[in-house]
Design a protein around this ligand. Structure first.
Ligand code: CMC
Length: 392
């Protein structure tokens, strides 16, 4: 009650307090639990960062080992669940399959248990982290009509995912250490980003006391859209289109500025960053290095770099403070690794999972949490008399 303020898109509304991730959008700063993203990207690993986000501190060696082992114990999905994948159409988008898979986890693991029970939260956390790569790899195998592979727990988190995605049942899969390291680093970069669209969705769903699986599957769906996680897929579609049209970057930028074509420069702009996205700076260097190390020249990288250069010196983008965001260069790396474009947003989801879990857990442990229930400014009809059908 009281005065309602209209804030479409929640541009100026804080929905919670949080001690997890700090962003200074004007200075281009991102920190998880106080640690600069640049240091974590260079020195840490994905599971260590997941522990940091969820538990608040970097793990000691024994803690990290225990965390890793508990995840490895739960990588299998139930056989009944494996059969779900046969039922999806071959051309189903892997993100739709992924969110259905996460949603299905509550059919196997929640029963009538209290979703906020401490033990339940711990085991759900581990199950989600353990099973998401398995479900993601199955969604890919489903899309190409190949048999699924069981997890190999002798491998690291990322290596196991790569093998389940690209391996074949009959041939030993050779891990490429460069690929595994870069993918792990990209997961670190995506691991949290405070109250973005999908994370706010996870919190909103969870605020009704829905369980962790239900809340996270809603987050996956929010990430699906091209203005959010789907942007990494949209960037590659855009680069391919420019390439197919003869590579005229200037003409494309003109069409974006003109707005008549309804095209945005995908991978550019951010609600919070009004300066270079610090994640994009790291990904740009990685893209160059990875393509070089993998001996893959990609004309799309040249187009992306030209696009960036032209946009950054153009008044339209300068005035609006539009810079490349994390999605601008990631797709080129994923493509070099052999992922089809439709898997890109699934990779974003795998990376973002620890953030969703950490934020959901922070919310349920915060005594100030209330059910999320925004108000509105009503613009409809004033009171009017009901007319019977024959009089309308
Ligand atoms: N290309 C061209 N113009 C743009 C772009 C863009 N990518 N982004 C914003 N603008 C313009 C927009 O048209 C508007 O201009 P005007 O003032 O003349 O009407 C102005 O900049 C402000 O835009 P906005 O839509 O009010 O800004 P927002 O904060 O609501 O949107 C955004 C943020 C990320 C949705 C938007 O910049 C965008 O659509 N970018 C492209 C999609 C994208 O790359 N998304 C990934 C975001 S980062 C990772 C993630 O969250 O998944």
């Amino acid at each position: 009650t009281g005065k309602v303020t209209l804030d479409t898109g929640f541009v100026n509304t804080a929905s919670c307090t949080s001690a997890i991730t700090y962003i200074d959008g004007d200075a281009g700063i991102l920190r998880y639990r106080g640690y600069p993203i640049e240091q974590l990207a260079e020195k840490s690993s994905f599971l260590e960062v997941a522990y940091l986000l969820i538990h608040g501190e970097l793990p000691a060696e024994a803690e990290l080992n225990e965390f890793t082992d508990s995840i490895k114990e739960h990588t299998l999905i139930r056989e009944e669940m494996r059969r779900f994948f046969d039922g999806f159409p071959r051309d189903a988008h892997p993100m739709a399959v992924l969110s259905s898979g996460v949603s299905a986890l509550s059919t196997f693991y929640q029963d009538a248990l209290d979703p906020f029970d401490q033990d339940q939260v711990e085991i759900s956390t581990v199950r989600l982290l353990a099973k998401l790569p398995t479900i993601a790899a199955h969604s890919y195998k489903n899309s190409i009509g190949h048999p699924t592979l069981y997890p190999d727990n002798s491998l690291s988190y990322v290596e196991n995912f790569l093998r389940m995605t690209f391996g074949l049942p009959t041939t030993p899969y050779e891990i490429d250490p460069v690929q595994a390291k870069v993918l792990d680093m990209l997961f670190v970069l995506h691991a949290d980003h405070e109250q973005n669209c999908s994370t706010s969705t996870v919190r909103l769903v969870g605020s009704s006391q829905a369980n962790l699986f239900a809340s996270v599957s809603a987050g996956v769906n929010a990430l699906f859209g091209p203005l959010h996680g789907g942007a990494n897929e949209a960037v590659l579609t855009m680069l391919n289109r420019i390439n197919a049209d003869g590579g005229d970057v200037n003409a494309f930028v003109r069409a974006v500025k003109d707005k008549s074509a309804g095209t945005r420069l995908m991978g550019f702009g951010h609600r919070v960053y009004r300066n270079y996205d610090p994640r994009a700076a790291i990904v740009k260097n990685a893209a160059r290095d990875v393509l070089e190390q993998m001996h893959r020249a990609d004309p799309l990288l040249d187009i992306a770099m030209q696009l960036e250069e032209i946009a950054l010196s153009d008044d339209y983008f300068v005035e609006r403070k539009l810079y490349p965001n994390v999605d601008f260069y990631t797709g080129l790396i994923y493509k070099a690794m052999g992922f089809p474009t439709r898997m890109f947003t699934v990779l974003f989801a795998l990376g973002r999972l620890p953030g969703w879990i950490a934020q959901w857990r922070e919310m349920i442990n915060d005594p100030a949490t209330k059910i999320g229930r925004p108000r509105q400014v009503y613009t409809g009809a004033t009171e009017r008399e009901y007319l019977p059908l024959e009089k309308r």
